[in-house]
Design a binder for this molecule. Sequence first.
Ligand code: ADP
Length: 591
Amino acid sequence: MNKSNFWQQLFQKLSIKSTGDIMCVADPYTRTKERIDQHFRRLKRNLQIGMVIAYLIPLGLLSVYFHFQFHLSLKESGKVNLTTIAESQQKTIDLFLQERVVNIFNLFHYSQFKLSPSADDMRLYLENLRQMSDAYVDVGFLNSEGIQIGYSGPHYYLLGKDYSREGWFETLMHKGQNYHISDIYLGFRQKPHFTISVKQLFGQKFYIMRATLDPDMFYSFLRTIRRSKEVNTAVINREGKYQLVSSLQGKVLEDSFDHIPLSPTSAAYETSKNHVTSLVAYSWLQEVPWVLVVKQPLNIAYAEMYRARRILIQAIIIVILLIFLIIWLTTEKLMRRAQRTEEERGELQSQLIHAGKLISVGELAAGIAHEINNPLQIISAESGVIKDMLDPEFKLDHSPDKILSEIEVIDDAVFRARDITQKLLRFSRRSEPHLHPADINRILAQVVDGFVEKELQVSNIELIRDFEDDLPPVFVDLDQIRQVFLNMINNATDAIQGAGEITLGTRRHNNSVRVSISDTGKGMTKDQMERVFLPFFTTKEEGKGTGLGLSISLSIIEAMGGHIEVQSMLNAGSSFTVILPIPKAEENTND
Ligand code: ADP
């Protein structure tokens, strides 16, 4: 190898080995830091979204399910509660009516009882009844023909009235019933009232004691047994007419428009009237065909449920906020730690590269010393020769031509030294990478055409170009990418013992351009393959390799947004693939 070739190679090699130069490394490192930041931001966002989905979807589903179940059971308990109120009021009314029947029936067994009672007797009967309840208005006594033969009360004209054609009279006489409680009606007196009639057999004939009750008094009694203020109670007969009702709700004998089913005998349901939804519970009375109906506005009937729902929603919101906080804190902490580790790793790598630079500088210095020493020796020798020529003692030919030819040798040596220093200067001036769009096929061709190809021929290595045409341009720093390729070609050359092949391939794959440098060399073990990118890993003999080429190449390619893949088989060969992204604007071209 001639000297200029040596230098060309040394510089090319040093360009790669010493990419650890502070200027060159600092910038990729800054870029790498930016990328690390970006990468961790993306990772954190994905992690947070993933965790939020993982925690909140099951929580949401569970909440909806429990809310639904809870809602149903509280609604049911609201209905049961109101039905219980209706049933209890119905029983109390039934009991009230039974008591009234017993009161009237007892008159037949009263010591003063007479089959032809006088007005005084009747007054006594009424007083007797009023002691039991002040709902009694009057009392009458009817013979078996339906004629009222005794009466005490405000409507004295009812004395002597014939009730034989009244429905209740016929029911009592012919249907084997012992008593009859009428619906509330207006009757002869044109005032709402209802009557309780009780029959009793004396001799062969039935007599009837009949008392009238004031529904208002009855209703006041009903109000006293009401359990809750918000409950509206009414009693309705089978035809849907109010029997007892508050003045706010309606009027006695008015149509209630409530269609209460006969079966089941008590239940609850929701109903809407004038845009107000209420919960209605009913219970049919046993003594009369009346139904007791209680109504409650829905917001009161389900107050418990609404309260529980509010608490549940508040609890869920708190839990969700807590989950968000925990996710945020955990991912923040996790990512900060991971990022610090990554940064420390990056710093370590940069320190290693820096150390590599020092080693390379050492190598370079030794090479420079050696190479500059040669021209200096030549210059020194030649100047000695000229001095000897001019010394008369030696009687040497010192014609101007002779001296000029010696000076030319000195000039050559000076030029060589200057060439070295110029290359050194160019090398030291290398600065941050400048990314330009470039045709990767052209760069590869420039790297191998000429010297490298000739060197390979000398070493019996065939170079195969397998380039894909019309590749889109990629953004690269020309000097740096050349160094990467040259380093890989040098490694491939070193790996081939004797004859072999190096194939340079370029391909477009999805949104990247792939450059592969494959050889038929000695290949690598799995262990070596895993370590090739570690700084200072080398299998080359001492003085030949520093183990920094691939680690620096990787930093360079990563700084360009790409990466490197490696495949190898022991004793068969290796393939290094540089993958570079196609800029967005170029992605759609040549597709
Ligand atoms: P160096 O060339 O100074 O050893 P590199 O980082 O370029 O440093 O390479 C590291 C090591 O990777 C080499 O010493 C060698 O063991 C292995 N290597 C790299 N390229 C090849 C290849 N094409 N075939 C086999 N081994 C290789």
